[in-house]
Write a protein that binds this ligand. Structure first.
Ligand code: HEM
Length: 347
């Protein structure tokens, strides 16, 4: 019988490379900023999904922008995978969470793959002449291959992954996108992708495979490379404070609809950009959470906290994340950890 890899094993593997982690903080996306706002569905959203956020009522939200690193010290000026976690507060104190990141794919298909990838991340001596680096990353970054490193050099994260990607194709798209990560001028000037496939149930009962992304209404804008050195280490928080004092930050929620043959259970594969895409509504980020004393740092977001009418696909990674985030949240004594908690916390 096939032995199931548990969420606890996956979380343990994840912890093996969490630079700078401090007890009682998140194991990933540790530095972030809590914000409050509302979501307004588009006129057509309800034709494609019966879930409550898409019925037209303005839905209050609590959200958190974050940097992907496990280091609680702010490093806004470094290239990183940024996150946007949105909690829709629905009727009867039920919440729906939509978690997204700046990469459009993930680096594993199965729980087993994930353990291999996590191991590749652990600090180890690197071989800078890896296939992926020479043939893909260096040409894409328009840079000459760096001089060989001495054999004893130990680096965590990217280099180990690039080496691993040479022999594991499923992790290549993720590695390349991660390697090309930039520094956005604002958490409100970058796209975020929920990555996994969900099933949207329509009013006529039709069940469509869908993928969600947030597009910034003000457009995507990275910091020009020659200006990064002048950026303060916490500039994204200062920028958001100044931005929200002027006007709400806005994102459009796009929902791509999969065609037959598209990868439904595999978050390592993207869908063709030619897929139908529905504008499902607009997220308005109105104010910083601290203005209302909402402790978003302790709050739990969980990608399996779904409303009626929006279901998880068979994606193993998505389902494992449901358990992993619950475990991680309990460990750090977060609030609102159990799925579908009716405790109304952090509203
Ligand atoms: C097996 C794959 C993954 C693992 C093991 C993992 C692990 C984690 C952990 C342990 C946390 C901290 C949770 C907490 O303490 O509440 C976290 C946070 C987060 N993850 Fe993942 N993650 C995975 C995949 C992803 C993917 C595919 C995305 C994007 C779609 C993502 C986006 C985020 C975001 C945005 C947060 C911060 C949520 C917040 O602000 O509270 N993760 N992740």
């Amino acid at each position: 019988m096939k032995e199931e890899i548990t969420a606890a094993q996956m979380l343990d593997a994840f912890k093996q490379d969490a630079p700078g982690h401090v007890a009682d903080t998140r194991w990933a996306h540790t530095h972030g900023l809590g914000v409050l706002g509302h979501f307004v569905a588009s006129r057509v959203a309800g034709d494609f999904c019966i879930a409550e956020p898409f019925q037209g009522r303005s839905i209050p939200v609590t959200a958190r922008f974050s940097n992907g690193s496990s280091d609680p010290v702010r490093h806004d000026e470094r290239p990183d995978t940024r996150g946007l976690a949105v909690k829709f507060h629905l009727a009867d104190a039920v919440d729906h969470d939509l978690l997204s990141m700046t990469l459009s794919v993930f680096g594993s298909t199965t729980r087993k793959d994930f353990l291999g990838v996590a191991k590749a991340f652990v600090p180890k001596p690197v071989q800078p002449e890896s296939w992926l680096r020479q043939h893909v990353l260096d040409p894409l970054m328009l840079r000459s291959p760096p001089p060989p490193l001495p054999a004893s050099v130990t680096i965590s994260g990217g280099p180990g992954l690039a080496q691993y990607a040479g022999s594991h194709p499923f992790v290549r798209a993720f590695t390349i996108e991660a390697g090309l990560s930039q520094v956005p001028v604002s958490w409100a000037r970058t796209e975020y992708h929920a990555v996994h496939t969900f099933i949207a149930v329509a009013p006529d009962g039709e069940r469509r495979p869908v993928r969600f992304s947030w597009q910034p209404v003000d457009g995507v804008f990275p910091v020009p490379a020659d200006q990064i050195a002048a950026k303060a280490t916490d500039f994204l928080t200062a920028e958001m404070r100044a931005r929200l004092a002027r006007a709400p930050a806005q994102f459009t929620l796009k929902m791509a609809i999969g065609d037959p043959g598209d990868a439904l259970n595999d978050p390592s594969q993207s869908w063709p950009v030619t897929r139908r895409s529905i504008d499902m509504g607009t997220l308005f980020i109105d104010r910083l959470a601290e203005e209302r004393d909402v402790d978003v740092d302790r709050l739990s977001f969980n990608p399996m906290r779904l409303p009626a009418g929006l279901e998880a696909s068979g994606d193993e990674i998505l389902r494992a994340r449901g358990e992993i985030y619950q475990l991680g949240c309990k460990e750090r004594q977060g609030i609102g950890c159990p799925l579908h908690a009716h405790d109304g916390s952090a509203r």
